[in-house]
Ligand binder design. Structure first.
Ligand code: IMP
Ligand code: MG
Length: 182
């Protein structure tokens, strides 16, 4: 793996190696298996960012479960636009289900709050969020549903392992963070 990469105008440096990510995912899966045993939860991944995390996480889950994806778009470049658009593909039969939303990263939390609001309208039996990354310093307000977090990271822009910079870099195995301009 490379220590630095260039995507368009920005240089990124290695931040979290794939091995480290996969180890964390195994721990998260053990916890989820314990918490959701025999409840047949439904995991809902938030596209596009969650696609690799979702695949790696679900392969480690032994609990019988359903898997689906939704899509929301609200982000351009390296800073949040603050506006959340429509949610596509949300199942309409979540009543009395144990729902786990799977996110790549929670930044300001705006996107997540919006999705949570929509899911709650259906009165699920329970609702939790599992995010690989969290930027605590960027979070606008505490989100109680955010029960499973892989890594808390500084308020810096990251790419790879599903995360993109202007649509690029999602395919990188490892996670890189933007080098600060000096
Ligand atoms: P929020 O609404 O500010 O929490 O933004 C959440 C969404 O913004 C995430 O699901 C990502 O798609 C995107 N995002 C936030 N921070 C980053 C980052 O550092 N790299 C890539 N995408 C990010
Ligand atoms: Mg996302």
């Amino acid at each position: 793996m490379k220590n630095t990469i260039q995507i368009q105008d920005t240089e990124f440096e290695l931040f979290l190696e794939n091995d480290q990510i996969c180890k964390k995912i195994r721990l998260m899966a053990i916890q989820l298996d314990l918490d959701y045993e025999s409840r047949c939860p439904v995991f809902i991944g938030v596209l596009n960012g969650s696609f690799i995390f979702m695949a790696d996480l679900l392969k480690e889950i032994n609990t019988v479960c359903e898997v689906g994806f939704i899509r929301v778009s609200s982000y351009a470049g390296t800073s949040s636009t603050g506006s959340v658009k429509e949610i596509f593909g949300l199942p309409d039969d979540l009543r009395n289900r144990d729902v786990i939303l799977v996110e790549d990263i929670v930044d300001s939390g705006t996107t997540l709050e919006h999705i949570l609001q929509e899911v709650r309208k259906q009165n699920p039996a329970s609702l939790a969020v599992c995010s690989l990354l969290l930027k605590p310093a960027a979070l606008k307000s505490k989100i109680d549903a955010l029960e499973y977090v892989g890594f808390e990271i500084p308020n810096e822009f990251v790419v790879g392992y599903g995360l993109d910079y202007n649509g690029l870099g999602r395919n990188l195995k490892d996670i890189y963070k933007a080098k600060t301009v000096r």
